[in-house]
Design a protein around this ligand. Structure first.
Ligand code: SF4
Ligand code: SF4
Length: 367
């Protein structure tokens, strides 16, 4: 699909660096290996490495391979424009930095409620679609980090969207904060191509918990995570942010002739997931009985889910979702006025007000 030859894509956001800049010599070696194994899809954004990921694309890919031998995705990121008029010059600069005269795929980057609202105010989708009509990129899409409801709203408003990039991995699959599975189902309902980001959750799933290590031993933990994501119908690319040649070699070895996980392997992977999830410290069952009556509009179970996720894997995800999704336009944990309405509703008899203090201390202090 879209000229992408194999399901694995090279995410250019965690590149090897030297003196805090992408190390072009190492990246060239990684790109050469990737291409020689039959892979051809690259994903960048102006945001990655402060614009230097795009430069790495130019120096390590575009200058060294004919344009029809690689497929390139770039993105419109919210921090680089304030009005519709800012978008075209930014886009032209992105083409120049990447050393290409068109992108294969262009995504509206990291759509959340707040970011989408700004894109709407600036008519960013309309401006991007104008650029597409002029032949400056071939396929239009979004990368997405919010609720299934917002995804449905966007896909309804913009039927021109061809591809949706979602966070999807076996840990987030049924996670009530990220809701990977439901977002995937919305993509399928609207018949969109699905690109997967964070299949290894920024490297966090590159290790199994010690007591579950013996359950899957034929490949690396990352290989099971990537093959899990790649096995779903409609998935057109799975991105891996590769930072070393070892990662490129490992990933390409099992994705060259991709075979989905067997039912038994998926079963074992979910056992491993449950071992990870058992590190939860707040036994909230996500019934949501407490939500409606909160005068401060605090999305209590979602904040607890972020907290629990952080107890299992302390990466950037829980903080991101806490700040940009579950408290955007809603109450934060520290906004609780201790009225007690929620505790009266909680079938688990949780001391919600105390727990929210813990959550606030986790996500709001010096963060
Ligand atoms: S105690 Fe806090 S969280 Fe609970 S309903 Fe009142 S304001 Fe909302
Ligand atoms: S009522 Fe209690 S168990 Fe249910 S979602 Fe709220 S905090 Fe969680």
């Amino acid at each position: 699909m879209f000229g992408i030859k194999k399901l694995l894509g090279f995410g250019m956001m965690r590149l090897p660096t030297a003196d805090d800049k992408p190390d072009h010599a190492k990246i060239c070696e990684m790109v050469d290996y990737f291409q020689s194994e039959g892979f051809n899809y690259y994903d960048t954004a102006h945001l990655y490495h402060g614009g230097l990921s795009e430069v790495a694309i130019r120096e390590c890919v575009a200058k060294r391979y004919p344009r029809d031998e690689f497929v390139l995705c770039d993105k419109l990121s919210v921090n680089y424009f304030e009005t519709r008029e800012d978008i075209r010059p930014l886009f032209e600069k992105q083409l120049e930095l990447c050393g290409v005269d068109y992108f294969d795929v262009y995504l509206m980057h990291s759509q959340t409620r707040g970011i989408y609202d700004k894109f709407r105010r600036c008519n960013a989708y309309e401006e991007a679609l104008k650029l597409k009509a002029e032949g400056k990129f071939k396929h239009f899409g979004i990368s997405f980090h919010d609720t299934p409801e917002l995804l449905e709203e966007i896909l309804t408003a913009y039927p021109e969207i061809e591809v949706v990039q979602i966070q999807f991995n076996y840990l987030d699959y049924e996670d009530t904060a990220v809701q990977s599975k439901r977002c995937y189902e919305i993509c399928r309902k609207f018949n969109k191509a699905v690109f997967i980001m964070e299949p290894v959750r920024g490297g966090s799933l590159a290790k199994f918990p010690e007591k579950a290590q013996s359950l899957l031993t034929e490949g690396s933990p990352a290989s099971y995570a990537i093959r899990f994501a790649a096995g779903f119908e409609g998935v057109a690319a799975v991105l891996s942010g590769m930072g070393t040649m070892d990662m490129v070699k490992d990933n390409t070895s099992y994705m060259k002739d991709f075979k989905p996980l067997t039912e038994e392997e998926i079963k074992r992977l979910f056992i491993i997931r449950d071992v990870m999830k058992n590190a939860n410290t707040i036994p909230c069952t996500q019934c949501r009985y407490c939500v409606e009556g909160c005068p401060m509009n605090i999305s209590i179970p979602d904040l607890f889910a972020c907290y629990n996720t952080k107890q299992i894997i302390d990466d950037w995800n829980p903080g991101y979702y806490y700040k940009n999704v579950h408290t955007a336009g809603k109450g934060k944990a520290s906004d609780c006025i201790k009225c007690g309405a929620c505790e009266a509703m909680c079938p688990q008899h949780l001391k919600i007000t105390e727990l929210l203090e813990t959550v606030a201390n986790t996500f709001e202090v010096n963060k």
